[in-house]
Write a protein that binds this ligand. Sequence first.
Ligand SMILES: [Ca+2]
Ligand SMILES: [Ca+2]
Ligand SMILES: [Ca+2]
Length: 466
Amino acid sequence: MRCGWFVVPSWLAGVSLFGLVCFASCSGDASNLVETDVTTGAADTPPTFIDTAGSSDARVDPDGGATQDIAEPLLDTQSADVTLADAPPASGDAAPFLDVDPSDEDLGSAETLSSADVPALIDVDEPDTGPTITCTAVASVLSPLAGEFFATGTDIEFKAQVVDPSESWPLTDHVVRWTLENGAVLGETAVSADGSASWTGAISISGPLTLQAVVRHSSGAECDGAPGQVAVRLCEQRLDESFDAALDPMEWLTSGDAYWDLSGWLEVTGNSQGRQGAIYSVTPKVAPGSVSIRLRFATGGGGDFTGADGFAVSFMKAESLEEMVGWIELADGGGGLGYGNGGDYGAFDGDAFTVEIDTWQNVENDSELHSDPTASDHLELTQGLDPESSLGFYDLGDVEDLNWHSVRVDIAATQITVWYDGAVALDKDVPDFQFRGGYVFFSGSTGYYSNFHRFDDLEILHDCEK
Ligand SMILES: [Ca+2]
Ligand SMILES: [Ca+2]
Ligand SMILES: [Ca+2]
């Protein structure tokens, strides 16, 4: 389990606060609480927290120890902690509010609110039971899209549309509180007259997360409807290769006919007959589990002999570089696209996942080891370095135009989604499938017919599990 600090941008009269996101058990305490400090004068050490209990908590040791101040923020496990040192403010309002000036605390009992505290108060005049106004506005999330991948710590643009079916209040009388599913607050922003609201910021934890847009009346009352939600995935690692500079031999090596092109991309065959090549990572670069793989490719230019065979990017689990290179050297050209090693192609029986761009239809016979699913150029997913072990394909029509095309493959557990030139090409669940990561290698081949086979702009978001 992971804990992480994040900084929430200014909101509510310029208040900044820090929050502690705790998943499952940061400190062995009850799960998923956001501790929060109140103005009641507990002996605070910054940062300041939000009080989910909403009452005048002292720093009560959840393990039952004496009331005391400690350097670490305590998780509040009780909703009715009794304070001995600090009485509630004289106003009698025990609603949670933000302390904008932690330095004014620890003055002993019965602290008087400073003027600096007052602007941050929520509902100081409401009864202790909290606001009672009716609020019917709801938010729907516009972005990010469901299932989107992000690198941990990079900005996420979170947008929602607020509507109020009963039009009880002007939309501008609302705010959107942006939270995680466990209630941890990312921020809070105003709602515009057209109902739009947005928050941009980074989240420094990883794994699958549900982001929520909770509509509140500006008085502090939470509206009745369910929060807008979107499930996304945050990944600890991001591999980003433009291939604009010559390959660093500590990172990437070439074999066969493959080479780095001075124009700033990878060429895995060259435009000649009977070619085969590969470019591979020196270390295992990609973590197992959910992953988003993005790259661009271009093929064509074969003139009168344009048309074969195709190219692929593979992820191979291997114990060592030597083992991985051994399999690349054994791989079949032709219909094997420089990666074929499993099934009828060879003895490989390990874990591998391949995205191939195949421009030649093979038909299994005495000399050909597998049949392709279509006569058209196709994007195909295979496993086990076996071109016949297909996980699905997409008909590309004729892709041999030597223009750049984009491919994105997202794997979230067993769900595989493929985009080709920005549009969803394949979206399917593959029971029992597991992406195992490992070494990355590009490969390709030509035969009697040939083409250029270019790859560029590899970006991989990986290490996306908690
Ligand atoms: Ca490039
Ligand atoms: Ca083929
Ligand atoms: Ca194929």
